[in-house]
Design a protein around this ligand. Structure first.
Ligand code: HEC
Length: 153
């Protein structure tokens, strides 16, 4: 019985849109996990945004490093949101429309990953103006998703 359930759970994990019902505890954990992914993204982009606005000196090495981290974290966004928590009273800024239009949500995560990878490449090349522009482009990708899929402040 146990093994059967484990097999079902593993299978669900690799399927595109598992219809596995979550219990309250699983929904809470899934919510905390996806928020953690985005907290790490936010933590890494903080100094980059400040550099793009000229508030702190541009540091190409730091930009390349953080952009690479953001690309990695962005690759986790679709997995992190796979668990549909709409039926649960979790504290979240995730809008229900995420699970109604998951393909678009995934696409926007993919765009963000691609922009972060591009930024890492540009930063490694050392061109400061191009680096700042690529930081701006990455932040636009964050906004594109937040506009439609995250609760407004
Ligand atoms: C594909 C959609 C998507 C993309 C792309 C995206 N976000 Fe988000 N982000 C969300 C959603 C949805 C939430 C709300 C999650 C929740 O509360 O459960 C969120 C929440 C956050 C949070 C708050 C995390 C917390 O709970 O403390 C931060 C910070 C954040 N995003 C930063 C960013 C940055 C920076 C980028 C771009 C590099 C980015 N996000 C790209 C969808 C996205």
């Amino acid at each position: 019985m146990m093994y059967r359930r484990l097999a079902v759970a593993l299978l669900a994990g690799i399927m595109a849109a598992p219809a596995v019902a979550l219990d309250a505890e699983q929904a809470q954990k899934a919510t905390e996990t996806r928020q953690s992914v985005l907290k790490v993204v936010g933590w890494n982009i903080g100094p980059l945004g400040a550099m793009a606005r000229g508030l702190v000196p541009y540091d190409a090495e730091l930009v390349a490093r953080n952009a690479q981290r953001i690309a990695w974290m962005a690759s986790m966004i679709p997995d992190a949101f796979r668990a549909d928590t709409r039926a649960h009273a979790v504290t979240t800024e995730a809008l229900p429309v995420i699970w109604e239009n998951y393909a678009r949500f995934e696409e926007l995560a993919g765009n963000t990953q691609a922009s972060a990878e591009k930024l890492a490449e540009i930063a490694a090349g050392g061109d400061e103006a191009a680096g700042k522009q690529a930081i701006g482009a990455l932040i636009e990708d964050c906004r594109a998703c937040h506009d439609d899929f995250r609760l407004k402040d």
